[in-house]
Design a protein around this ligand. Sequence first.
Ligand code: ZN
Ligand code: ZN
Ligand code: ZN
Length: 298
Amino acid sequence: MYSDVPKPRTDKSQRKPFCYEVHIGNVGHEIRTCTGPKSGSRSATHVWRKGGVSDVIFFPKCFHLYDRVGKSRVVHDERHSAPRIPAILELCIQAGVDVENYPSKRRTKPVYSIEGRIVDFESVAGMDEMETNLFFENVDDNEVDVLRRDPNSELNAEDTNLIELSTRTLDSWFEMIGGVRTIMEKYNVWTCGYCPEVQVGPKGHKVRMCRASKHQSRNGLHAWQEATINDLVGPNYVWHVHDLNGPPLRNDLKRYYGKAPAVVELCVQAGAPVPDQYRSMMRLDVVPPERDEVDLVA
Ligand SMILES: [Zn+2]
Ligand SMILES: [Zn+2]
Ligand SMILES: [Zn+2]
């Protein structure tokens, strides 16, 4: 598996936007879609280096909220103190999962909004106690919808057979996507209309960090809009490699090639059956012409 990122520069101020192209296969592809630094000088061919897990699955981070109801927006002065964690994890925490080091206030009494002001009967009753228990809060499982991880879900050594492992990985992927969709029906996720920033919570945060177009007119604030699942779990579409031992995918044949999310392509290459919903996108029905036939079709 490869991803295209320029070599690290010694001068950090010189850093330019990366090209995020990812390719899965024995060799990088030759399709000219590079938008990275100096891509013009090499006719938009990518420069490949070995990729990693985060090139296959990328989980953007957002601020963790201790109290999503009482204090739903991180403000600019809190930008360094508020922890940032993968947004998908924050979504699960807000939906009820307890994660060590990222406590979350769970309410036993409802919160009322009276004339725009939040009236929280719990904090009126025991403010000090609440503050001191901030990191040691016990939650009664019955009070919230708790998603629990199956402690036996760890892969055991006998199951390392690649086909089985990739099949199971793909199943988990679909389970996760389905779960995120369901939780997102109840819990809001926001994304900036101009940059990839995301925030889980009733509203977007107020940290002035947006550098995308027109940010001056917003004083650096993000332009929040409702997020989709793709903002939370980057699907990162890659070209489907039909023949793993064949030559690199060719630029002039790209209309014959299909695509798939990187996870799907990786698992399929490792032996998992092609998921039905991706059969047409991966263009399994299309056979690219052989090298010597190219002149006839070009
Ligand atoms: Zn590139
Ligand atoms: Zn933004
Ligand atoms: Zn194929």
